[in-house]
Each structure stands twice: as C-alpha cells, then as structure tokens.
Design a binder for this molecule. Structure first.
Ligand code: M6R
Length: 614
C-alpha cells in the first residue's frame, strides 16, 4: 500500500526520500511524489507509475532542490481517485505553503470537503488527502503553530491515517501523526527520518520509535517533541531495531519471490529453535499467556485472517480440532467485522497476519478484544499494530518478506499452528502421546524434505512451461490439503493473472465439473492418507471429462501413470504435515508460469504487500 518517507537533517533530502521510497516499493503503488523545502518555497514533484518516472521528472529540476535538506515523499496506491499526477501525493493547500503526505483513509472527508468548499477552498484532486491538507492549513491560519494545527485537525479526522506535514514558515520542521496506521521515527546524528515502515530507514539508523495512535511528533534536525492528543507531553521510547539492511537484497536470485521460496527450510528451522528440542520433550510455547487452566477450559476458538493467512488459518483449524478437540471457526476478517459475532471471554481469538497491519484483521481483533476475548496474534512483524493488541504474541520468524506473493510467511504460519496445536494438545492431554511424538519427529525432518523439493524442480518447471498458455486452472484437494489447493490457486492468480480456482474435490460434481474439457488443467493434490482414495476417484471423474490432469503426490501408486499427464513427486511425509511439503511445488509452479509469461513477479498489478485500508 502507500508508503511514507520524511527526512530532516543535513543530507540531500531528495536522495534520501527516493532511496526510502525504493525500499517501500514492494508494498505496491501506482504513483509517487516528493515535496522538498527549497530556499523560500516548498517544491512538489510527482509522477504516475514506477519510481523511475519520478526520477526522470526530478532530473529536469535538479538545480531547484539539490541543496534541500528537508522533505517528504510518498508512494500512492490509489483508493480515492485514479492514479494520476493530480491525485498523487504530496498535496498542498491552495497557496502552496503547506504540503502533506498521507497513508490510510480520512473517512469523513466528504463532510470536511463540503465545509471547506463553502469557505472558498479550491480542490484539484479527487482524494481524501487533499481535504486533510486544506483542513490543516485552515487550523494553521487560526493558530500559526504547525504542531497545534496538526493536533487540532486530527481530532476532527475519522478513519485511519498516517500524516507528514511541512510548512513554508518552518525552515526545518516536519510534523507527523497517525491513527491505526504505522509510522516510525528514526534518529541519527543531527538528522531524523520518518517512515511508514522500517525498510525505508534501516540503512541510515537502527535507533527508532514507533508512534502511538494520536501522538503528534514535531521533528527538526536536532530535536523531537512528542505530544498526546490532548497536548500533554508523551514519553519517547526509542529502541534499537533488530533489522539488517541486507535482508532486502535478492542475494543473486532473479526475484524476491524465488529467494523467499528457497528460504523456507531455514524458516522452518528457525521456528523450531527453542520450541521443540526432541520428540519426547513437550513443545515450549512461552508466548501463550493463557494459564494451563484457561487452556483446559477453552471450548471455542475463532481464527480471523485474510488471503494467504486465511489459508494457514484453515490448516490451523484442522490441526487444533484434530489434536485438541476444540471447535474452531475460521473466517475472513472482512466478513467477521460486519456481523454480530458471538465472542466472549471464554473464546480464544487468533489473528493471523504476515504484516500485522492488515486493516480488516486489525479491526476484527479490536472488536473481539473489546468483547473480552483473549487475543493471540500469529505474525511475522512483532513490531506491528496487531502485535501491540496481542495478549499472546507468536512471532513466526520468517524474516522480512518483500515479494507481494506470500510464500515463506505461509510456511512460518503453518509452523506456528503445528506448534500451537501440539502445545495445547499436550496441556489438555487430548491426543495420544505416541501420535504427538511421531508428529514432532517428522516436524524436525521437514527442513531436509523441503530442501529435496527445492533441489528437484525440473518436473515443476516443465509443468509450468506446458501449462503457461492456459486461461484457467483448477486445483483440487480434500481434507487438510483443501487450503493448499486454495493457496496454490491464489498464488497463481495473483502473479500470473490466470483464472485459477481451488475446490474441495468432492464438490467438483456439484457444479465445477461442467467447466471441464480438454483445455482445462486440473491439478490434484494427492497426498497419502485418509482421503487419498476418494481424491483419486474424483480425479478419475475429471479425467473422464478429458481434463489435462496433473498430480502432486508422495505416492508411487502405478495407477497414477495412466491417469495423469504430468506427475510432480514430493518426498513422503505423514498426512498432517503434507500441507508444507505440497505447497512448495505450487508456489514454484506459480512463480515459473509468471516468470515465463514475463509478469512483474514481485509487484503484481493492483496488489499491495500490506493492505492497510478496509
Ligand atoms: O499481511 P497479511 O497476512 O494480513 O495479508 C493478508 C493478505 O493480504 C495476503 O496474504 C495476500 O493475500 C498475499 N498477497 C497473498 O500472497
């Protein structure tokens, strides 16, 4: 989604802003712009499309801003108004003396706009952001104090936002504030950095502070003043960020997605470290802050998430219900927040999110928290807004994920669910020890098995090449691998734009089978176990309709040779752990098809890495 960078110090501001925006590119955007304080005026430059277009625009004006040491920069992912230069940020007030960038949505912007228009403001864009610029300028005209203007204006804004503002009357001051949207301030020697996410600033400083909702920060090269919404002084909590700039390198891979797929064996190892020592030791999950008595009393769990995280949640439901005997509901956060949910202090609510910033999931967990439920968050970002809402925080240690298509974070979320399900089963005594021990044994062998999949991609690449011309793609599975089918389809559609759908194989005959003919690829996730035979007969039904059949399997069943045109084999693994082994080839098929089609693999069109609007 949108990205924010601000700088005040002694270096060339435009360079820092562009560099920071580049580090946020992975989040997805469709226009970009910067505002820099020049001699006696603020200059604004914008361009539609990628940052290289903004760089070209800036080259034409370099003399105007080369000495500037203060500015704000933004990448915009269009919500209100098309991706045009006029709608791109920064936005200014009518006289051009105030410039502002904004992430999020000012929900009451229409009312504020009507009021401002009556007072004579001329609007040039279709954005809610321009409303914020005019509104803060109005408060500035009344107070002649930029901090106060931002503080008073934000009190009247509804919705979620992160804002950075500069004014011509201030030679070297940026004012920033936020509500329900991330914002971090980095401190250097004689300089400060502001950003919507850490990668934008980590190259320059590790000393940083996350702003809390409604705080207003006034930043100059040598000072920061932090106040609360009521104007009182707020406590500044700078900390050292546990981040390395090298994390954002492709390390020789063509795309971040491929690099991240290949990181999965290590991600699994990292998630086992300290939690699972040997198969006979109980799982250690100190992160779960529910007492053993509370856990024993639990009779209901709700898991809320979006996209790939929702698929991880579905596997989680399967595991928890099987091993712990607790009823689990899984729901898309965007649905959860718009109905009357039955949640109370006896329900454990689990939020799953790679970014920890997804607006729908954040709102959902806040709603559940307000009803008294214990909130357990599974996230890759222990520094995120969701993490701050957590009663129990399970960080999944996947390392920063740059590619918009989630891969290693999915595997990491699955690991969190395996550990959580075993941990709860051990506390509650709901599953035979021998079953849990065999599961733990195999969990420890998983990294090598994933390595084997990653070392043998010839058949996967061949399959990707053969099917790259298709317009549609069907994935079928049953049981614990239904979410794998959904995830495989999601991966393919988001990076190749092929119309891919995952189905419960038993549902084929209730409708989707009508679509099958000799043009339709059907990929069956045929992992040995309880539903293998059932899925095999569903695959036969599809073959009988002449579909182009692909098997993803750990079986050596000779029948498969007759039934399938292409067979992708994976190492043997017990059924409960098969979602991890099976998803890797599906990630790779999606990757190779998109790469073969020449798509923008890491930044697919219309998508954003973290979706901070509802
Ligand atoms: O950060 P989150 O896990 O909350 O994000 C949820 C979805 O937006 C995300 O999984 C999305 O579906 C990915 N692009 C999938 O690859």
């Amino acid at each position: 989604m949108c990205g924010i960078v601000g700088y005040v110090g002694f270096r060339a501001a435009a360079d820092i802003l562009l560099d920071g925006l580049e580090q946020l590119e992975y989040r997805g955007y469709d226009s970009a712009g910067i505002a820099v304080k020049c001699e006696d005026e603020i200059k604004v430059y914008k361009a539609v499309g990628k940052l290289k277009n903004l760089r070209e625009e800036l080259k034409l004006h370099i003399k105007e801003f080369q000495n500037s040491t203060m500015g704000i920069g933004h990448t915009r992912w269009a919500t209100h108004g098309a991706p045009t230069v006029l709608n791109a940020h920064p936005h200014t007030c009518n006289c051009g003396s105030l410039a502002l960038i904004h992430n999020g949505i000012i929900e009451n912007y229409k009312e504020l706009k009507t009021q401002l228009e009556k007072e004579g403001c001329i609007f040039r864009s279709q954005t809610d952001t321009e409303v914020a610029a005019h509104f803060i300028a109005k408060k500035y005209a009344q107070t002649h104090d930029l901090t106060e203007a931002v503080r008073l204006a934000s009190k009247e804004f509804e919705g979620a936002y992160a804002l950075c503002v500069m004014h011509n009357d201030y030679k070297n001051t940026i004012v920033a504030t936020k509500r329900n949207a991330p914002m971090v301030v980095g401190e250097g020697e004689g300089e400060y950095f502001i950003a919507s996410d850490v990668p934008a600033i980590i190259k320059y400083t590790k000393k940083a502070m996350y702003l809390s909702d409604n705080q207003v920060a006034t930043i100059t090269p040598n000072s920061i003043k932090l106040i609360n919404a009521d104007g009182s002084d707020a406590v500044q909590k700078f900390e050292l960020l546990p981040w390395e700039p090298v994390a954002l390198s492709k390390m020789g891979y063509k795309h971040f997605m491929l690099k991240e797929i290949h990181e999965q064996p290590d991600v699994i190892r990292n998630n086992l470290t300290g939690k699972l020592k040997t198969a006979s030791d109980p799982v250690v999950l100190d992160e779960v802050k529910l007492t053993k008595e509370n856990l024993k009393d639990l009779n209901r769990i709700q898991i809320i998430a979006c996209g790939t995280s929702l698929h991880a949640a579905m596997v989680g439901k399967y595991l928890i219900e099987t091993f712990c005997g607790i009823a689990v509901d899984v729901e898309a956060s965007s649905e959860y927040i718009y109905r009357k949910t039955v949640t109370d202090k006896h329900t454990l609510v689990i939020g799953v999110s790679q970014s920890g910033e997804t607006a729908d999931t954040l709102t959902a967990i806040k709603q559940a928290k307000a009803k008294g439920s214990h909130i357990l968050i599974i996230t890759n970002r222990p520094d995120s807004a969701m993490a701050r809402e957590a009663d129990s925080l399970v960080a999944v240690n996947a390392g920063i994920e740059v590619s918009v298509a989630a891969t290693k974070s999915y595997t990491a979320q699955l690991m969190a669910f395996y550990l959580l399900a075993i941990y709860m089963a051990e506390v509650k005594g709901t599953t035979d020890t021998s079953i849990l021990q065999s599961l733990k044994n195999e969990l420890m062998l998983l990294p090598q098995k994933v390595e084997q999949v990653l070392a043998n991609t010839d058949e996967i690449q061949k399959c990707a090449r053969n099917y790259s011309g298709t317009k549609d793609f069907i994935y079928v599975a049953r049981g614990i691998n239904l979410p794998t089918a959904l995830e495989g389809a999601l991966k393919l559609k988001e990076i190749s734009y092929i119309n891919a759908t995952g189905y419960a194989a038993g549902e084929l005959k209730h409708g989707p089978i009508a679509m099958l003919d000799e043009t339709m690829p059907v990929l069956s996730i045929l992992m040995k176990g309880t539903v293998y035979d059932k899925l095999l007969s569903n695959s036969e039904e599809a073959r009988a309709r002449n579909a182009r059949m692909i098997a993803l399997t750990n079986s050596n069943d000779p029948k498969l040779e007759e039934l399938f045109d292409c067979i992708i084999r994976v190492p043997d693994v017990q059924e409960f752990l098969s979602p991890i082994i099976a998803v890797i080839p599906l990630q790779l098929i999606a990757y190779y098809i998109a790469e073969f089609l020449g798509k923008d693999v890491d930044q697919p069109r219309n998508l954003a890495k973290s979706v901070t609007v509802e």
